[in-house]
Write a protein of this length. Structure first.
Length: 106
């Protein structure tokens, strides 16, 4: 199920925002400092937070797809260069002038 959803859930003391992404099987609360769910005083404030967090997630620049670790631009460029110049982990035959033929593993 490739589905995204966000909704407020009533809890004692207010509302918490529950979000579900395509990679998850069930919704999770939006976490604040000290890894505790953020509690909003009103339902309208929780709905605003739903919209904010969902749009922020959907508008995030995709570099590596939906993964937990989003590589920095430097890491992505380095990986692309290594794949291009090192052959992507394949065996490459290297011929050196004046010496016997060698096989290099990259």
């Amino acid at each position: 199920m490739n589905k995204y959803s966000a909704y407020p859930q009533p809890v004692p003391g207010g509302f918490r925002v529950m979000m579900r992404f395509a990679r998850d099987s069930h919704p999770k609360p939006v976490m604040g400092p000290e890894e505790k769910p953020v509690i909003y005083p009103t339902e309208s404030a929780a709905w605003k937070a739903c919209a904010h967090h969902l749009l922020r997630y959907l508008n995030f620049p995709i570099v590596a797809g939906e993964v937990e670790h989003h590589p920095t631009l430097k890491e992505a460029r380095r990986e692309a260069a290594n794949k291009l110049f090192l052959g992507g982990g394949k065996t490459v035959d290297v011929e050196v002038t004046g010496k016997e033929r060698r096989e290099a593993r990259v």
